[in-house]
Design a protein around this ligand. Structure first.
Ligand SMILES: Nc1ncnc2c1ncn2[C@@H]1O[C@H](COP(=O)(O)OP(=O)(O)O)[C@@H](O)[C@H]1O
Ligand SMILES: [Mg+2]
Length: 460
């Protein structure tokens, strides 16, 4: 994507071929020299003087390349959340300035661990070093600079953003307009569900609502993409990077979310829309039709995730399923970015937890308190179908895993099978259903208490 947008004229295409040389020094005071060297190279190239200069051509880095370096460094090595946030929220300035230590002044009191591992209280207004230039350079050396996949991947994604920028600007304008409309007295009391309201007035479809972002559909060059827009862009560049840091480890690998562009400043990620739909929305028939081969591919995908250090959150809202293409996992992150105390989950444990996704079509069946006889009757075919897939998942896992990993996975899968079997038995039992409904009604009934309050107050 980035290469396509970069080389629009023959001359530019030629410039792309200038060999990469020393790239490490140019983010510091050497940047002026690097730029002037580069300009000389470009003039020579244009004049036809430079054919294949020796390997020491210094190529000044684009801001996106430096942002990618700073982001990977920060995500993987800066332990403190406040420090991390500070760097990400100022990444544009930090990556374009001279290579110096990054300092910040605390704007509330904070607790930090000193060199001896003791917790200390740092008062508001204290200057703190969030990261040093030395640590940064040491990190870049240790990962071999821009050859490092997480740096290269981030740079591609950041560079690709300019292509989407006009559409994102339009989306954001529309969202601002809708936000203003929703405060207009004419609309405040309008009885419209929020999604319909936003979609109706902005013209952009909402694909999902996450904990920190809303996800919208955009179309660019006849292709649809899912755009996460942070609710509060001023405080979320680190969140954006968490999504990006996972997908750069599986660029081009099928069955994983593919983020193609992102911006820290605008607080957005732009990802391909996986085929199919969220597993929570599968019908009974679609659930039975999940094939053993697709379950096998799902386990293979989880094996890749473990090999590459990718964290998977096994909620049904993070899995898409398509009858042809099987499962795609979205909302992934990188183990390395979870801090030094994070102990990565073992393969068996992850494979086991994913049984929850299969068993639990979106937590809709979870709470029995307010269900009617019809609700239980409607849910019965779903739990039967899920039990069917769970049992086949178990058989697939037994073929793919062994030893301790298999034992860990089976412990969880077997538990889910028992739970699901119990659901099937209970939902099929009219006595159990009647008893559960009566219990729910009893719980709901307003009761006077000594203070004169009733439970009804909770439902106002
Ligand atoms: N690439 C995508 N394609 C389609 N829908 C998406 C995509 N990314 C996110 N969504 C939708 O938005 C929801 C929230 O996004 P997600 O990244 O999972 O947020 P969170 O981290 O809060 O769980 C998803 O469950 C899904 O419905
Ligand atoms: Mg999610």
């Amino acid at each position: 994507m980035a290469e396509e947008t970069g080389a629009s004229t023959p001359k530019q295409a030629e410039i792309q071929k200038v060999p990469d040389g020393i790239v490490k020094d140019i983010s510091g005071p050497n940047i002026a020299k690097a730029i002037s060297d580069r300009l000389t190279d470009l003039r020579d190239l244009a004049d036809g003087k430079l054919v294949e200069k020796d390997q020491i051509v210094t190529r000044p880095k684009a801001p996106e390349d430096i942002q990618a370096q700073v982001a990977a460094f920060t995500a993987e090595t800066v332990g403190d959340d406040y420090d991390k946030d500070h760097i990400f929220n100022n990444i544009g300035d930090i990556a374009s300035g001279r290579l110096v230590d990054v300092k910040r002044v605390t704007n509330s009191h904070e607790y930090h661990t000193d060199e001896n591992g003791t917790q200390i209280k740092v008062p508001e207004g204290t200057e703190r070093t969030a990261a040093t230039a030395e640590e940064y350079l040491k990190f870049l050396r240790s990962v071999d600079g821009s050859k490092y996949e997480p740096i290269q991947g981030r740079a591609d994604i950041l560079r690709a953003y300019s292509h989407f920028e006009p559409t994102i600007a339009r989306l954001k304008d529309e969202l601002d307009r809708v936000a203003a409309l929703s405060k207009d007295p004419a609309f405040v009391h309008a009885d419209v569900p929020a999604d319909d309201f936003v979609q109706g007035f902005s013209g952009f479809e909402i694909l999902g609502r996450g904990s920190s972002a809303h996800v919208f559909k955009i179309t660019e060059d006849d292709k649809n993409y899912a755009v996460r827009v942070l609710r509060d862009p001023s405080k979320g560049a680190e969140t954006i990077d968490r999504y990006v840091g996972g997908t750069v480890l599986v660029k081009g690998v099928s069955h994983f979310e593919q983020i193609v562009a992102a911006s820290y400043k605008d607080g957005v990620t732009i990802a391909e829309i996986p085929p199919g739909k969220e597993v929570g929305g599968l019908t009974v028939e679609e659930t039975y039709n999940v094939s053993d081969e697709q379950l096998g591919e799902l386990v293979d995908t989880l094996i890749i995730a473990r090999e590459r250090g990718i964290g998977v959150d096994p909620k049904p809202s993070n899995f898409f399923y398509d009858p042809e293409d099987g499962y795609t996992i979205i909302d992934i992150d990188s183990d390395k970015e979870r801090g030094k105390d994070h102990i990565p989950e073992g393969l068996g444990s992850v494979v086991g937890q994913v049984a929850d996704m299969i068993a639990n079509r979106g937590f809709y069946t979870g709470d029995n308190s307010f269900k009617s006889t019809t609700d239980f009757a409607n849910d019965l075919p779903f739990v039967k179908a899920q039990l069917n897939v769970l049992k086949r998942y178990k058989a697939v896992v037994e073929r793919k895993l062994d030893g301790d990993e298999l034992q860990a996975a089976l412990k969880k899968i077997d538990r889910d099978i028992v739970t699901e079997q119990t659901c099937v038995d209970n939902y099929s039992d009219p006595q159990w259903v009647a008893h559960t409904i009566a219990q729910g009604e009893e719980w709901m009934r307003p009761k006077a208490d000594p203070e004169g309050w009733t439970d009804d107050d909770n439902f106002v």
